[in-house]
Design a binder for this molecule. Structure first.
Ligand SMILES: Cc1ncc(C[n+]2csc(CCOP(=O)(O)OP(=O)(O)O)c2C)c(N)n1
Length: 364
């Protein structure tokens, strides 16, 4: 992990740039053997769910195109793993792992892709803009990266209420060229909001490569907005987790926002319609050799974990999920406008993720 440096006006030193002291306690960073198995499990679950969805797409059962996060599993899983049950997540379309960690069932995800009634939005949306608010997930906003501003709004509400909660959101590196990205960074820095920005640099914004996207590494910009920027290997799930856990603790303890740049690679096209012929073969092969799941699985195997059994369990979970999703009805057209307008009180539940490394925060 590296931390951005910004020259200090007073001293001219290049000490790591932090407005707040590092706050991660060793407890926050400690991963138990069960945590490590969970990290691998959720990465496997994300990949298996997306592979299943892709095959349903190829069978003509998923309308529109299909977008996934292949190769980026360590980013969404490692970061979302650091959240507590009452934190909030504004999740990008490459980050299915974050939905799964919050407790969204893979069957409901597959039903979502197919527009079925039993899905997260009840068939009102396709395969991207969904979020189960009862689990603290906000539906994706397609105008990139406006979700960063939504996360800032959530964080501002937590701050005003004096709650020790965190808003986390994800964006691609292409988003860093958009004005909304800079507005979000600015308001987060000015207000010292409890927000964590996960920047997944997957080398391409559609077909535009990094060297045509920016002249400075975007993580450097955090310093310009007055808060910490950290760069990690986005294919190393524990490195992503460590940076995220530290950022969450900083946010919770009043230390303000963090930008975490995760260096990774989008291993599929922009969508299933894109054959990514613009990606140089050597670059693809370089990243293929650093697959986040293969790497982590090899390490756990050495520690004696039976990863074959974990893979088998995920496969049978997906078999069941796909059967369930395929058995769901299409939505009743008479209900098409239900839930579209604010004509009744929203059903929010308590917004808690059922699973978390952390107990309920004291303020909850
Ligand atoms: C404001 C805005 N402009 C253009 C688009 C169209 N668009 C959708 S995805 C995309 C590329 C995004 O690249 P990046 O942010 O790097 O994310 P990635 O797809 O690589 O994960 C573009 C231009 C959009 N959704 N919103």
């Amino acid at each position: 992990m590296s931390t951005t440096t910004a020259p200090s006006a007073a001293s001219g030193s290049s000490e790591p740039f932090r407005h707040s002291p590092p706050v991660a306690s060793s407890e926050a960073l400690r991963l138990t053997p069960a945590d490590r198995r969970a990290l691998l499990h959720y990465m496997l679950l994300m990949r298996a769910t997306e592979e299943r969805a892709l095959s349903l797409y190829r069978q003509g059962k998923v309308p529109g195109s299909f977008y996934d996060g292949r190769g980026q599993e360590a980013v969404s899983v490692g970061s979302a793993f650091a959240l507590g049950p009452r934190d909030r997540a504004c999740i990008l379309h490459r980050d299915l792992g974050a939905h799964l960690i919050r407790g969204v069932d893979p069957g409901r995800v597959l039903a979502q892709m197919m527009g079925r009634a039993g899905s997260i939005t009840g068939g009102r949306e396709g395969n991207m803009h969904f979020g189960d608010r009862r689990l603290g997930c906000v539906g994706m906003v397609s105008m990139l990266p406006d979700m960063m501003l939504v996360a800032c709004g959530l964080a501002l509400a937590f701050q005003m209420r004096g709650e020790q909660r965190v808003a986390m959101t994800w964006c691609g590196e292409g988003s860093t060229a958009n004005g909304q990205w800079h507005e979000a960074m600015n308001v987060a820095g000015v207000r010292r909001l409890p927000v964590v920005f996960i920047l997944e640099n997957n080398q391409f914004a559609y077909s535009t490569p990094n060297d045509l996207e920016f002249a400075v590494d975007p993580v450097e910009r955090a310093g310009a907005y007055g808060f910490a920027g950290v760069k990690v290997d986005g294919n190393d799930v524990e490195a992503v987790f460590a940076a995220s856990a530290e950022a969450c603790e900083r946010a919770r303890s009043g230390g303000g926002p963090t930008l975490i740049e995760c260096e990774t690679m989008r291993m599929h096209g922009h969508g299933a319609h894109d054959d990514m012929r613009y990606v140089p073969r050597e670059l693809f092969e370089h990243w293929a050799a650093r697959d986040p799941i293969d790497r982590y699985e090899a390490g756990l195997r050495e520690q004696g974990v039976d990863t074959d059994a974990m893979r088998a369990a995920v496969k049978s979970e997906l078999d069941e999920a796909a059967d369930w999703a395929l058995a769901q009805d299409m939505p009743d057209p008479a209900t098409a406008s239900e839930g579209v307008f604010a004509d009744r009180e929203p059903v929010l539940g308590d917004g808690r993720a059922p699973w978390s490394r952390w107990e309920e925060a004291a303020d909850a």
